[in-house]
Design a protein around this ligand. Sequence first.
Ligand SMILES: C[S@@+](CC[C@H](N)C(=O)[O-])C[C@H]1O[C@@H](n2cnc3c(N)ncnc32)[C@H](O)[C@@H]1O
Length: 509
Amino acid sequence: METKYEVKHSEVLGRYLVAAKNLRAGEVILSDRPFVLGPSSDSSFVCFNCYRPLINKFFVCKKCAVAPICPGDGCPDELTKWHVQTECDYLREVKLNKGLNPIQMVPNVGSQLPFRAMLRRDKTVKEWEQFMMLETHLDKKRDSSMLDYYENTVKFIDLIGLIKNESDSELVRKICAAIDVNSFEVRGPPIPGIGCAEVLRGVYLQAALLAHDCTPNTQIAINDNNVLVCNATTDIKKGDVIYYNYTDPLKGTAIRQQHLSIGKYFQCTCKRCCDVTELGSFISSALCPACKTGYASKSGDVWECHSCKNKVDDSVLGYKVQCCSDKLASINKKDEKELEEYIRNVSLVLAPSHYLLLDAKQRLAGVLRDAIHREPKPTKKMMRRKLELCRELLAVLEILCTGMNRTKAITMYELHASIQQLGKKLFDAREINAQKYCDELIESEKHLKRSIEMLLIEPGNSPEGELCSRALEEYRILKDTRSKLLENINEEGKVYITEVDDESLNDVD
Ligand SMILES: C[S@@+](CC[C@H](N)C(=O)[O-])C[C@H]1O[C@@H](n2cnc3c(N)ncnc32)[C@H](O)[C@@H]1O
């Protein structure tokens, strides 16, 4: 594949990527296989060969008699195998010479990734060099649990005979730090029938160079074969920095900054982080206690209302926001009534698009979606509420996640479904006429089309890719229903001017 990016360096960003040519939204910028992939420092026990979770029992590799692996029929053929020949031979030697016991591997599952990286140190010279060049921030202060993890890993790697001197111990710390700063979360293979999977970490040597911005111009997907694909989400001009968002865009600046500072050791100074309104989304703002209609944002130790300019000390308003956060942690987030009550109560304190409210609203929309699917006769009230929540969520996502975005695509899909379901219910009950129903279907179709355009870049075997296939099928059916309805209206002699741009809708077919 032609190179679409160049590597640059700056004092602030270290190495970073810029577009080597103009890139279009949706275009693949890079595709990357993991240099190393495995369980993270807080993973549960997994098979050393295929990374499926090991729940009750495990077997031990017959050749090395050390590596714990899947019991029964062993690891499925279709999964990538990570217990490679060189590792197996190495562990066999250690077993014979030092009496290594497979039980010693169990508590050290989180050190497996640095161990595997260490084994690659002489093999793939170019990749190893690239890995060693990654930013580690080893000079920065780390929290004690992270330091404990580094030291336990040094001990484990010593146990399996790879430490000859202090510089090997330093190398292990460097490997741990490089994984810490540069790895991506990867969903491991699930247990068949149960579905639970372990969260793994993978180091991708090209993608690791992407700089962060809270309003990025790319999105990353990692498919079932662990291949990482980075797509442009907006048009990117030649020479522009290629950014990826290391954090959750639906969290407020304080939380995002904390995550970046603890996990990536830098302070973000992007447009969104420097704006107390967060690009006008007011995702961290409270309702002004004085005028009760304006939104107050925090700057230093003071919250100031953007409308009436009233100022409130953080010890007062910050405390109330903290109570809202604590309350959300304590409620049952699968219960419709508890979520509704929470939303009602905290709406007296927080701006409607505050991230705590968005979290509750997102969960409530999910609860209602499941209830609408489950109930034989879902009510109009449920449908209207879900529709309202989807519109609210989408309005914030449109501000914060410009261009193509996975969460936006899913919310748009849900919005289309809500409009369609409610429209049908009202039409069947003769509460709206055919023309009004047709209008609803046209609106639903527009959202579905936009959702599909964004989902098309998702890997086919991911949940979003599967949603895309379903959405395409539903799009055909929806178009068909809408055309038949229009034909009926026209046959009845009523002139109906459709607003839909049929040509653009055909693009999706
Ligand atoms: C995943 S690495 C990126 C590659 C790294 N720049 C290098 O040279 O190896 C993450 C590190 O890049 C730097 N970085 C990325 N985005 C940044 C930003 N927006 N502001 C400051 N530093 C950033 C930070 O040092 C961060 O810990």
